[in-house]
Design a protein around this ligand. Structure first.
Ligand SMILES: NC(=O)c1ccc[n+]([C@@H]2O[C@H](COP(=O)([O-])OP(=O)(O)OC[C@H]3O[C@@H](n4cnc5c(N)ncnc54)[C@H](O)[C@@H]3O)[C@@H](O)[C@H]2O)c1
Length: 361
């Protein structure tokens, strides 16, 4: 029988419960331990896991009991689905107790926490990744293949965003957004953009300027060492329709996912809407094609989450590094503090640290 990845899940709120349900159909993985502040939440999660056929789950309920989960000998990876402020602290403790770690987005809220995650990962030799599901969006995966084939020429500019009208929702984003001057949630837009620009594989993010309009609409412009640019937007307080932009400009081609999927390749292709989407999906490599097929057969709710979950488990079980490195996780997350810093300074440029210490070249 193939080895199973044993997951200890901390945080059984909205995302944690969704994660627990998602993992019911992920091969070679099982949730062996759960932790939450609330007894209602652990009880609810336990019922769901029992319905899935699991009977020996360790349950850690209470303020600091997550520490015991991190020491549980029946856990290989600590999967962190708690509020933003606790992510880095929990991940560092888990690695120091010999566990691999996967952290929901953003991995950390300050530059210091980002450095601490990088340092602990290097010192412990554990694997630490961030669960940036938008890097597994099926449109993005097709665009990445087109980029690898050189279909866009040299990519000089990318745009990404988290634009989601959450005014009627007292839910998860709003609770710390109110106090944040910049973009508290940059990674859904930034992760895919950095992959398209080969950040940490020949280029790096060097500096940013950021502006916030009333209602917390934030625009952050990032410059890379090679002089390329990224626009990242955040807006959860206006009626603007949902968008992550997913836009790229190259010397030979253009692509966007939102608001209308569009592909423009010089002298060859001009497509929009369902035709553009079908064209991009047709570019998938064999691995993605197989995962999309399998996800559809299983009837999963959201293919990008399924592909992310599958790849995390597959990489870890095979002894490989996760797709998203700790350097990526730290870089994409540090924009939370740095965008706020630029806004507070009247939109002055702010340097972005090189978490790879020169290895990006
Ligand atoms: N990738 C995505 O698309 C996506 C979507 C939704 C949420 N998220 C992320 O998931 C994370 C959780 O979001 P949510 O909406 O589930 O929040 P939530 O508030 O619903 O749940 C957080 C849970 O963490 C628990 N918790 C807090 N401190 C704890 C502690 N010390 N010990 C044990 N449990 C503790 C709380 O009791 C709560 O149940 C956030 O980081 C969020 O950004 C990501």
């Amino acid at each position: 029988m193939e080895q199973k990845l044993r997951i200890g899940l901390i945080g059984l709120g909205q995302r944690g419960m969704a994660t627990l349900r998602r993992y019911a159909v992920v091969d070679n993985a099982e949730i062996t331990a759960i932790a939450d502040l609330s007894a209602d939440n652990t009880e609810r999660a336990l019922v769901t896991l029992k319905q899935q056929g699991h009977d020996s789950i360790s349950v850690y309920q209470g303020e600091s009991r997550w520490r015991n989960l991190c020491k549980d000998g029946n856990v290989d990876i600590v999967y962190i689905c708690t509020d933003w402020a606790s992510h880095a602290r929990m991940a560092i403790f888990a690695m120091n107790n010999g566990k691999d770690v996967a952290i929901e987005v953003p991995a950390a809220m300050t530059v210091d926490e980002c450095w601490a995650l990088v340092d602990t990962t290097e010192q412990t030799g554990r694997r630490c990744t961030m669960l940036e599901n938008c890097c597994y969006d099926t449109f993005h995966l097709g665009i990445m293949e087109m980029k690898r084939k050189g279909m866009f020429g040299d990519i000089c500019h990318c745009e990404g965003a988290y634009i989601h009208d959450l005014r009627s929702d007292n839910g998860w984003v709003s609770y710390t957004v109110a106090d944040h001057a910049g973009n508290p949630y940059p990674t859904h837009g930034l992760g895919p953009a950095c992959q398209l620009l080969d950040i940490h594989h020949g280029d790096r993010l060097e500096s940013l300027v950021s502006m916030s309009a009333p209602n917390k609409v934030n625009n952050t412009l990032i410059k890379t060492a090679l002089g390329r640019t990224i626009l990242i937007q955040f807006d959860e307080r206006t009626p603007r329709p949902y968008s992550r932009l997913q836009t790229l400009c190259g010397t030979k081609g253009y692509a966007q996912k939102y608001p209308l999927p569009t592909i423009q390749i010089d002298g060859q292709t001009t497509l929009s809407g369902a035709e553009a989407e079908a064209y991009v999906h047709n570019q998938h490599n064999d691995d993605t094609r197989a995962l999309v097929k399998r996800g559809n057969e299983l009837g999963v709710e959201n293919l990008m989450n399924y592909i992310m979950d599958y790849r995390l488990v597959h990489n870890l079980i095979k002894g490989k590094q996760p797709d998203i490195s700790i350097y990526d996780a730290a870089l994409w997350s540090c924009i939370t503090e740095l965008s706020a810093r630029s806004v507070i300074l009247g939109s002055k440029p702010v340097d972005i640290p090189d978490f790879t210490c020169g290895r990006w070249k």
